[in-house]
Write a protein that binds this ligand. Structure first.
Ligand code: ADP
Ligand code: MG
Length: 381
């Protein structure tokens, strides 16, 4: 059963009624451009085939939500609709209702049932998938139409301001705006988006995602530290954001920073350029040729930005050794997933090579799966 069918079934079980609509929104992987978002730079995510589905129907008063794998239901009313008013996983749903209210978008009180096949907490953005599915479903239920980019912005507000997670606009943009066979080139300063051809299957290639299952370590503190160093460095360099430092201007900039800040800045500046270079190559249609850029991105995250962990480094080395064109950690770091660009015929062999390397290193087994760039939020039932 698809997540949409499971959400519909769960709705029936918990509410003894049929949903009025079921919407689905995908998780995402970032092809390249890590930690560039809050430096006003570029990112290049694509949507996964894995989705979170939200089955909804209007209710008389108040909201009641449930999610597969969580016992019972959580209820909240208008009195809970301010940041801090709902806790735990249901805060992501309440945050969406709050953000819609704040924007003056009329949506009716609703019952909501959620089911997902996006791995949770693995850096594939299950949080944005859930927000965007719920948001699209509620907007539909309210008979409103909102531009997709505005929906992404409201879902981001839910996560930033209601849940309290300081994330950029990438995840929600990918979950709403993506198109099958394409990556989403996003300028985080202007919010301009472009769809870039990335039809791996048609090229005989595959993207292998390896969920390292590595426990996330100190993510919040490390994220805050990297962000603070980037912002302080931009002030030292007297630029609005590190996006305004070019690769040509890098040697001069690095000379004005301490050793650690210089390495952090070098990652951001070269990573922004790698996103632009990747887009340029993808436009030529030679997908395999982006491999060295992916691997260079990983090296930069490992050595300069220092956000990798032994599990992700092991997965990248093993994938490259097994013949991947390129491989890198995807997501904010300190655990999470790796993606490898491989010949479609080699995907299983690369996955096995990574699993063997994990066993040899004494790590818990990884989960590997092939993904194709997929579409953003859609009405599923
Ligand atoms: P990621 O977005 O990388 O998966 P996050 O920590 O940002 O990781 O978001 C994970 C959180 O989102 C979960 O801990 C949970 O609170 C919420 N969440 C995501 N998907 C679901 C779901 N299907 N049901 C309930 N909660 C979910
Ligand atoms: Mg998330």
């Amino acid at each position: 059963m698809t997540p949409a069918q499971r959400a519909s079934r769960l709705f029936g079980e918990r509410f003894d009624a049929a949903p009025a609509a079921v919407w689905a929104a995908p998780g995402r992987a970032n092809l390249i451009g890590e930690h560039t978002d809050y430096n006003a730079g570029y990112v290049l995510p694509f949507a996964l085939p894995q989705v979170t589905a939200a089955a909804v129907a209007p209710a008389d008063d108040g909201w009641t939500v449930c999610s597969e794998g969580h016992d019972g239901t959580v209820s909240f009313g208008p009195e809970n609709l301010s940041p801090g008013g709902v806790s735990d996983w249901a805060a992501y749903v309440a945050g969406v209702v709050w953000a819609l209210n704040e924007a003056g978008v009329k949506v009716p009180p609703a019952r909501i049932a959620i089911a997902s096949d996006v791995p949770i907490g693995a850096g594939l953005s299950s949080s944005a998938a859930m927000e965007c599915a719920v948001l699209a479903a509620l907007v539909d239920l309210g008979g409103a139409t909102l531009p997709a980019q505005y929906q992404a912005r409201l879902a981001q507000r839910a996560e930033n301001e209601f849940v309290g997670a300081p994330t950029g606009i990438m995840d929600q943009s990918a979950a709403t705006l993506s198109r099958a066979g394409q990556a989403l080139f996003l300028d985080c300063r202007t919010l301009a988006v472009e769809h870039i051809p990335f039809d791996v299957a048609a090229a005989g290639l595959a993207v292998l995602v390896v969920n390292t299952n590595a426990p996330h370590r100190h993510v919040d503190g490390e994220y805050a530290d990297r962000r603070a160093v980037c912002e302080a460095s931009a002030r030292t360099l007297r630029v609005p954001a590190l996006r305004d430092v070019s690769v040509a201007g890098l040697p001069d900039a690095l000379g004005r920073l301490d050793e650690v800040a210089a390495r952090r800045v070098r990652h951001i500046v070269t990573e922004n350029q790698r996103v632009l270079d990747t887009v340029k190559i993808l436009r030529t249609g030679d997908i395999a040729a982006i491999g060295p850029l992916l691997t260079a991105s990983h090296d930069s995250m490992r050595d300069d930005f220092e956000i990798t962990v032994p599990e992700v480094d092991t997965a990248v080395s093993a994938a490259l050794k097994a013949g991947a064109y390129g491989a890198r950690m995807t997501g904010g770091g300190f655990g999470g997933c790796v993606l490898a660009l491989v010949d479609a015929a080699d995907a299983d062999a690369v996955a096995s090579a990574v699993a063997s390397a994990f066993e040899a290193a004494g790590f818990a087994p990884p989960d590997s799966f092939v993904v194709a760039p997929s579409q953003g939020a859609y009405r599923a039932l």
